[in-house]
Design a protein around this ligand. Structure first.
Ligand code: SAM
Length: 236
């Protein structure tokens, strides 16, 4: 946790003092080892970032006087359309995407996604938010990415995706594509990433008919977990 993410309800009724009694208190006590008078990095969820001066720290509560004087880092102008990965991987990838600053995440079904993955409790709104918050705390950001769940591939690609890709460069990561993944984009992009078994030809064709360009990172086939940061760092 490189930044303590504050919620509106942490603020005491008057002034800029916050009181925290949950896992963030434990973290500040046991990992950061802070003490009274220390200045800690803080940010308001969905708002600005700044500094919190510790005025109380014990086993019951952390209280800080906070100054929120800077905007959080810019998001990447990127919509990531990700075939739903297995639940454990999903949790880690949500954190990674959040800490990398992805603006919008679409979790999509595709032919090689196991149907049981859609039943995981890790897809509950609260659990998704928990992972995204961990990513924000890691990266010193405060703005949650938007997350859309789309359990039907064809209607999503035919009806909704054309609107989402408008004004962006639509790319689909596909190991056997002839085109290399572009670098250093200066415009918004939409990037589709396949499941562990990859997209089937029908799905690639449908994405291509929606304007997507298949691009490759080379002959090494990466896990989805490795492909996500590798692709994002090439693109931006
Ligand atoms: N056998 C599958 C195939 O050939 O498509 C491998 C799928 S890979 C484990 C999962 C996803 O990560 C792929 O669908 C693709 O989106 C992305 N990926 C992995 N390695 C890649 C590479 N070298 N180039 C482009 N995308 C890659």
């Amino acid at each position: 946790m490189n930044l303590i993410l504050l919620l509106k309800e942490d603020f005491l009724p008057f002034g800029d003092r916050v009181r925290i009694t949950d896992r963030r208190l434990k973290h500040v006590l046991s990992v950061q080892g802070a003490s009274r008078g220390d200045e800690l990095a803080v940010g308001l969820l969905g708002g600005r970032i700044g500094t919190g001066t510790v005025v109380r720290l014990d086993g019951e509560a952390l209280e800080m006087d906070v100054r929120l004087e800077r905007d959080p880092p810019q998001k990447l102008p990127l919509t990531l359309v990700l075939s739903l990965p297995r639940p454990k991987v999903l949790r880690r990838i949500l954190r990674t995407m959040s800490s990398l600053g992805v603006e919008r995440i679409v979790l999509l079904n595709s032919f090689r996604v196991e149907k049981s993955y859609w039943q995981t409790p890790f897809l509950n709104e609260a659990q998704v938010k928990e992972q995204l918050v961990l990513g924000l705390e890691q990266a010193k950001d405060t703005v949650l990415p938007e997350v859309l769940l789309r359990p039907l591939f064809k209607p999503f690609v035919e009806d909704e995706l054309p609107g989402l890709v408008r004004g962006t460069l639509p790319l689909v990561a596909h190991p056997s594509a002839a085109e290399p993944c572009p670098r250093g984009l200066t415009r918004p992009a939409t990037l589709a990433i396949g499941p562990e078994g990859g997209f089937i030809p029908y799905e690639i064709d449908l994405l291509v008919s929606c304007g997507f360009l298949p691009v490759s990172l080379g002959e090494r086939i990466l896990t989805v977990e490795a492909a996500v940061p590798a692709l994002i760092s090439k693109l931006f």
